[in-house]
Design a protein around this ligand. Structure first.
Ligand SMILES: Cc1cc2nc3c(=O)[nH]c(=O)nc-3n(C[C@H](O)[C@H](O)[C@H](O)COP(=O)(O)OP(=O)(O)OC[C@H]3O[C@@H](n4cnc5c(N)ncnc54)[C@H](O)[C@@H]3O)c2cc1C
Length: 430
């Protein structure tokens, strides 16, 4: 078969590789100049750095398997860099059991409820227990109102802002249940893995097109036709679309209006980061800092070079200041100068002797459709993978549930989609 794949992120690449390995002629079409989607990198000194902070967990078995298969095992580095929270103007470590046992943010009874609640969430094997429940209702019952307000509400607000109260308990359960304390990273950047995918697919006879945005999808004579913005026309027997559902519907005029009404897909937030390049370490010993104090203009501070050595990046110390926000939020159109003006004073609140003169460089990255909003009726709006167009399949980040979306789950879904397409060799009819 000739199989097309739209989107060269984790999902599209995993599917394309498996389909190419099964002997099919694959054409992968990616809009950006490089592969990797939301996990793609850019060069800092000799190394690639993700535009948005990325690490993996020990429980991310699919990506670990792919890293091995693509010959990058010796690059996979594991560690337990510190997680802390910035609350009431001070940094409090959450990194180790010992920190949690003497957590100053909670009194002894609440600390016990917190730890017991964590053990219960780890022990509950299945998300079905939580169906229909929001985290905002379930967690205070399990751990008490104060624990919820101090420990969990900031996590939910950090990802979902004003929608925090509507988030499904299944999503939060999965974050606690399925994540390890140890974190992994591909030294040299996850871009190495995505580039290796591209090379493997090409080596198997596949075509990987970069800087090629798909514009329109139509079906004729049992074939799928893809028109690109660069004026190319590709004809395939099967097509896997890995773009957000709304983008797919916009480019496929044959999709009936009632299908889109029935399956609008979840709402999404966009992601925004300012990355600071500094001439020195910012927060010694802290990798990940949740920002609980609401008046700061960002929700997470991630000092990447407290996990990886700054020497990998030509000596630059790298700090992400991140936000998830509605896609029409003013921050997405703010100038770099305005962003620095509002963010740097906030950095000085976290580290009072911070001096903007330490800043050697900065980057701003913005991505729409970066975080599906996982409400309790989330699954109802998700389209099935088979679309109304014969031979056209749809799978995207939003189909990852109940887990928080991540490279591991997109890779896993990509493999599943390849199996689904392989099991459907005859042309489908509408
Ligand atoms: C701030 C942030 C932090 C994250 N942290 C982590 C983390 O620590 N660990 C982790 O594992 N994951 C993390 N993730 C999630 C991870 O990046 C995603 O889950 C994963 O990369 C999704 O891959 P995907 O292929 O499903 O989607 P995408 O990466 O979105 O891929 C879709 C692809 O389609 C392309 N495309 C769009 N329109 C067109 C078009 N018209 N024609 C052709 N191509 C098109 C896009 O350019 C993109 O490459 C994070 C994400 C964000 C935003």
């Amino acid at each position: 078969m000739k199989v097309g794949v739209l989107g060269g992120g984790a999902l599209g690449l995993a599917a394309a590789l498996r389909l190419a390995q099964a002997g099919h002629q694959v054409t992968l079409i990616e809009r950006e100049p490089q592969l990797g989607g939301l996990a793609a990198g850019f060069k800092v000194g000799p190394t690639s750095l993700e535009k948005f902070y990325h690490h993996i967990f020990k429980t991310d078995t699919t990506i670990i398997r792919f890293i091995q298969e693509l010959g990058l095992s010796d690059r996979l580095l594991w560690g337990q860099p510190n997680t802390s929270t910035f609350s009431n103007g001070r940094i409090v470590s959450l990194g180790r059991i010992g920190d949690l046992l003497k957590l100053p943010l909670l009194d002894p009874l609440d600390r016990t409820r917190f730890l017991a609640g964590m053990a219960i969430l780890k022990a509950i094997p299945d998300e079905r227990v939580f169906r229909g429940w929001t985290a905002a209702r379930w967690m205070p019952r399990l751990m008490g109102r104060r624990v919820y307000d101090v420990m969990w509400e900031p996590v939910l607000r950090g990802k979902f802002g004003a929608r925090a109260e509507q988030i499904a308990m299944s999503w939060l359960w999965s974050r606690v249940h399925e994540r390890s304390l140890r974190l992994g990273y591909v030294r040299g950047g996850f871009q190495l893995m995505y580039d290796a995918f591209g090379e493997r697919i090409r080596a198997l006879g596949g075509t990987v097109l970069l800087e090629t945005a798909a514009e329109q999808i139509t079906t004729r004579d049992s074939h799928v036709h893809i028109q690109t913005q660069t004026g190319e026309h590709h004809v395939v027997d099967r097509l896997l679309v890995t773009l957000p559902t709304r983008l797919f519907a916009r480019m496929a005029p044959e999709v009936p209006a009632d299908w889109l009404q029935r399956y609008p897909g979840p709402e999404h937030y966009g992601a925004h980061v300012l990355i600071l390049g500094l001439d020195r370490q910012l927060l010694p010993g802290v990798y990940w800092l949740n920002i609980n104090d609401r008046d700061l203009p960002f929700l997470a501070l991630v000092e990447h070079t407290n996990f990886l050595p700054a020497a990998d990046y030509g000596g630059e110390h790298l700090v992400y200041l991140g936000n998830y926000l509605p896609m029409d939020h003013a921050l997405f159109s703010a100038s770099d100068a305005d962003i620095l003006d509002s963010f740097l004073p906030a950095v000085a609140r976290i580290r009072p002797d911070f001096n903007p003169g330490w800043l050697t460089t900065h980057w701003v990255f913005r991505a729409p459709f970066a975080q599906p909003i996982v409400t309790t009726n989330y699954m109802e709006s998700l389209p099935p993978h088979g679309t109304p167009l014969p031979g056209v399949y749809l799978a995207n980040m939003a189909h990852v549930y109940p887990q928080d979306r991540g490279q591991n789950y997109s890779l896993r879904l990509g493999e599943r989609m390849a199996r689904m397409i392989l099991a459907d060799p005859a042309p489908r009819t509408a």
